[in-house]
Design a protein around this ligand. Sequence first.
Ligand SMILES: Nc1ncnc2c1ncn2[C@@H]1O[C@H](COP(=O)(O)OP(=O)(O)OP(=O)(O)O)[C@@H](O)[C@H]1O
Length: 309
Amino acid sequence: MTPIVSVKDVQKTYDGGFEALKGVSLDIRDGEVLALLGPNGAGKTTLISIICGIATATSGQVKVGGHDTVDDYRAARSLIGLVPQEINLEPFETVMNTVTFSRGLFGKPRDDAHMERILRQLSLWDKKDAQTKELSGGMKRRVLIAKALAHEPKVLFLDEPTAGVDVELRRDMWETMKDLKSHGVTIILTTHYIEEAELMADRIGIIAKGEIKLVREKEALMAELGKKQLVVELSERANGIPESLGKYDLTLSDGGSEIVYHYDSRKDRTGITRLLNDLQAAGLQMSDVRTEQSSLEDIFVDLTKGDAR
Ligand SMILES: Nc1ncnc2c1ncn2[C@@H]1O[C@H](COP(=O)(O)OP(=O)(O)OP(=O)(O)O)[C@@H](O)[C@H]1O
C-alpha cells in the first residue's frame, strides 16, 4: 500500500547550526495511529513542522498523498490537519466562526453539515455560539481539533495533545482520537506518555537526538514484553556454559556468577523446570533465582539514554 505520508532522508539544521534532524525516513500508513515517542528536544515538533510545511527541511523529501510538500505545497497541505501544542484561539470569536474560518483558509466552500458533524463528534455543538474564552481547557483543545478537521484532511497531527492535562481530560482526548480513527482519519501523535502510546497506537516510533531509533507494530512491542529472563545466581563462578546445556538460550553474565535464560512467558512450556534440573545435573550449584521482564519503558529508556537535551 502506498503510504499516505512518506518522509525520506530529512535533515534539518537550524540557523544557529544546530542539527535537529539527522536524516529521518518514515512511512505513515493510511488509517493508522502512529505514536512518536521521544524525550524533550528529540526533534518531534521539528519533524511534524516539516511534514506540515511550516518549517523547511535542509535536505530530503516529504510527500503527502503523493504530493511533494515543497513543489506541490497547497495540495499536500490541504490533506493535513495540525493540532498544535499551544492553545492559540481568538478569545472573542465564537466556536462556529473559529472553525468555519479555518475551513475558509483552505479555500473550501462553506459546508454547514460538515461543521455540525465535527462539532457534534467533538461534543462542541452545544457550545457553537460561545466565545472561545468562555470554554474550559478541555473544550479549547477540542476546538483546536475541530479547526484542524474543518477542511476535511486525511491526516491529523496531534502534537502532545494531553501534555499537562488532568486524567479525566486525557481520557476524553483518547476517546476523541479513537472516534476519529474509526472515521478513517490517519493520526500521528507525539507524546511523552508511554501509557498513551500503548493505549492509542497501531505503531510506535521512538525518536531521540534527531534520529528515528525504532518504528514497530505495537503488538510486536507487546510481544516483546512477553520475553522474560530467568537469572540464576551460581554459588561458584562458571568458566563457560556446559555443553550439556547447549540446547537452551543461555548467556553467562556478571563475570560468570550468573546464568541468564531467555524465554517467552506466554508459551505453555517455558522450559524452566527442565533447565533447573539440567543445571543441577551439570553440577552447577544455584544460590538464588529471579526473573526480569523488559517493558516498553525499558526499551524507551534504553534507546534514549542520555538523549534529553
Ligand atoms: N527555531 C529553532 N532554532 C534553533 N533551534 C531550534 C529551533 N526549534 C527547535 N530547535 C531545537 O531543535 C531541537 C528539537 O526541537 P523540537 O521542538 O523539534 O523537539 P521536540 O522533540 O518536539 O521536544 P519537546 O518534546 O520538548 O516538544 C531542540 O534542541 C530545539 O532546541
